[in-house]
Design a binder for this molecule. Structure first.
Ligand code: GDP
Length: 296
């Protein structure tokens, strides 16, 4: 189960802290060292973990906590709030739907991270909310990718626009004209992936963004990739200016590093999380809920 070892480690630290009654500065410092180790072992980015611990320690050493009747409880509360803040704050980040349709979402990411699956999941999610989404096959390099989008589109009950191996920016342009003609208010572009971050891919995504008005670039990243997921997000964000992240495979045995560091490192919020292989396995990402889940 995801985050299990991090949760276990943290609950161990807090249990010991609770057993102490009144806390000294040394108790808090020792606990924070343990929390830091737990975060690093969960594959949280080094600088993120360091800054996080510095912030929590400063707050925990405050008079209010030290003089409180339940100091351990106060420390846990601070950790909870700080984790929430780290992952984006109390408000879940949403997708802004334009009043003048269509809203165009471009999904990008490395191969195998779950892009095509999540294009269909998002399509289904919007369909359930009364929208009329259109999926667009802009991955022209792998014929299987177009077929796959058609298959998942059909499962989701969402139409799929394809033009074979035409240039992706032309496909995107024609798809948006099609959406306007047919009343599709949300256009979801499924773009090509690569095994590694590569300039040709970034150039291609850039050409799509130049050719059509993309409202949101959503980066699909595999939570199980840990630190790598964060590096990939950073690279995509620098190259194509990402608006939000879809963190996939949070149901797997991810240690939590990506969920905890990606917002801090890129400055971009996680908007959705993928929680399974089925097309209904998509949830709005709530930082506070994730923090509570991690703290058990
Ligand atoms: P793409 O190459 O980025 O388009 O990736 P795909 O959409 O083809 O997904 C790659 C694999 O990951 C497929 O086997 C999906 O079923 C699986 N997958 C996608 N999202 C999730 C998820 O949230 N949880 C799990 N467990 N598997 C997922």
């Amino acid at each position: 189960m995801a985050f299990e070892s991090l949760s276990e480690r943290l609950s161990g630290v807090f249990k010991r802290l609770r057993g102490k009654g009144k806390l000294t500065e040394a108790d808090i410092k020792a606990a924070m060292r343990e929390v830091r180790t737990a975060l690093l072992e969960a594959d949280v980015n080094y600088k993120v973990a360091k800054d996080f611990i510095a912030g929590v320690t400063e707050r925990a050493m405050g008079q209010e906590v030290m003089e409180s009747l339940t100091p351990a409880q106060q420390v846990i509360k601070i950790v909870n709030e700080s984790l929430t803040e780290l992952m984006g704050g109390n408000e879940a980040a949403r997708i802004h739907i334009k009043s003048k349709p269509p809203t165009v979402l471009m999904l990008c990411g490395l191969q195998g991270n779950g892009k095509t699956t999540h294009a269909a999941k998002l399509g289904k999610w919007f369909l359930k909310q009364g929208h009329r989404p259109l999926l667009v096959a802009c991955d022209i390099y792998r014929p299987a990718a177009i077929d796959q989008l058609q298959v998942v589109g059909k499962q989701a009950g969402v139409p799929v626009f394809t033009m074979g191996t035409e240039k992706p920016e032309i496909i995107a342009k024609k798809a948006i004209a099609h959406a306007k003609d047919y009343g599709n208010d949300i256009v979801i572009l499924d773009t090509a992936g690569r095994l590694h971050v590569d300039q040709a891919l970034m150039d291609e995504l850039g050409r799509i963004k130049e050719a059509v008005e993309v409202d949101e670039v959503l980066l699909v990243v595999d939570a199980m990739a840990g630190q790598d997921a964060v590096n990939v997000a950073k690279a995509f964000n620098e190259a194509v200016a990402v608006d939000g992240i879809i963190l996939t495979k949070t149901d797997g045995d991810t240690r939590g590093g990506a969920a905890l560091s990606v917002k801090a490192v890129t400055g971009k919020p996680i908007k959705f999380q993928g929680t399974g292989e089925k097309l209904d396995d998509l949830e709005v990402f709530h930082p506070a809920r994730m923090a509570s889940r991690i703290l058990g």
